[in-house]
Design a protein around this ligand. Structure first.
Ligand code: AKG
Length: 248
């Protein structure tokens, strides 16, 4: 990360990187997901699994640029935690009524969600990389957050229409990274022109996990490189070796 990027992420807890996925790959990924959702009869689902549909999704998990950013955010001892896709058409309201919309924030989820600097180094818990597979224009809806709330000293979830809440716009192929220590959520998709479609990859420090480990071994069997296999290791401390990071 550059000085400017470090400043931005420290300030806001969220940052957008441009052009991580080429337009051809965006089209290909959308086609693979479209075909799978059609096969399942779930074309209008809100969330969907995708990571084991095609090798390109494990390649994206190990994207050199993303990993070099994660390395600075989490450290050399990091691991893939889980992934899922989200899509929304006009009027889709997420999460239903069972869970509050805005969630996350410092020390939430049993203290897992955290953001701290010590001895000149950033420490994070679960970090999310959202890749857009469709453009998100201002006011479209989808991902929302309270910038700076990862450093808040009081716990408070503002209403979604609060002036504290922003709805970042970014284009297909771009990546938005945020820490789960940031208060964030999803708002109704308003666009009548395009749907939302996004891939969420979540990374953890090597000693911890947020998701259950049930699916990790099967996924690891599908990995095609040592780097992918290392990212898909279960959490542990003793005897763990750092990732062999590719040059970005
Ligand atoms: O991207 C979104 O709409 C929200 C994602 C979210 O809530 C999460 O990753 O915990």
């Amino acid at each position: 990360m550059t000085e400017a990027e470090l400043f931005e992420f420290d300030l806001n807890g969220v940052i957008v990187y441009r052009d991580l996925i080429s337009p051809d790959d965006v089209r290909r990924m959308n086609a693979i997901i479209d075909e799978d959702l059609k096969r399942l009869g779930k074309e209008d689902t809100f969330s969907f699994g995708f990571i084991d549909l095609d090798p390109c999704f494990l390649e994206l998990m190990a994207h050199p640029r993303t990993l070099s950013i994660m390395r600075q955010m989490i450290g050399d001892w990091m691991r893939y935690d889980h992934a899922y896709g989200l899509q929304m058409d006009t009027g889709t309201v997420e999460r239903g009524l069972a869970r509050p919309n805005l969630h996350g924030g410092p020390r939430t989820d049993h203290g897992e969600h955290q953001y701290q600097w010590f001895d000149g180094k950033m420490h994070n818990g679960l970090i999310v990389a959202i890749y857009a597979l469709e453009d998100i224009h201002p006011g479209d809806g989808g991902f929302i957050c309270v910038p700076g709330s990862h450093k808040a000293n009081r716990y408070f979830l503002p209403p979604v229409d609060s002036h504290l809440v922003v709805n970042p716009s970014f284009r297909a192929g771009d990546m938005l990274i945020f820490t789960e220590a940031l208060i964030h959520g999803t708002t109704t998709w308003m666009s009548k022109k395009n749907r939302r479609r996004a891939l969420l990859y979540k990374y953890s420090p090597g000693h911890s996990t947020w998701a259950s480990l049930d699916h990790l071994e099967a996924l690891r069997a599908k990995a095609t490189t040592d780097l992918q296999r290392d990212l898909l290791r279960p959490p542990c401390v003793g005897g763990k070796t750092p990732l062999n990071f590719p040059s970005a």
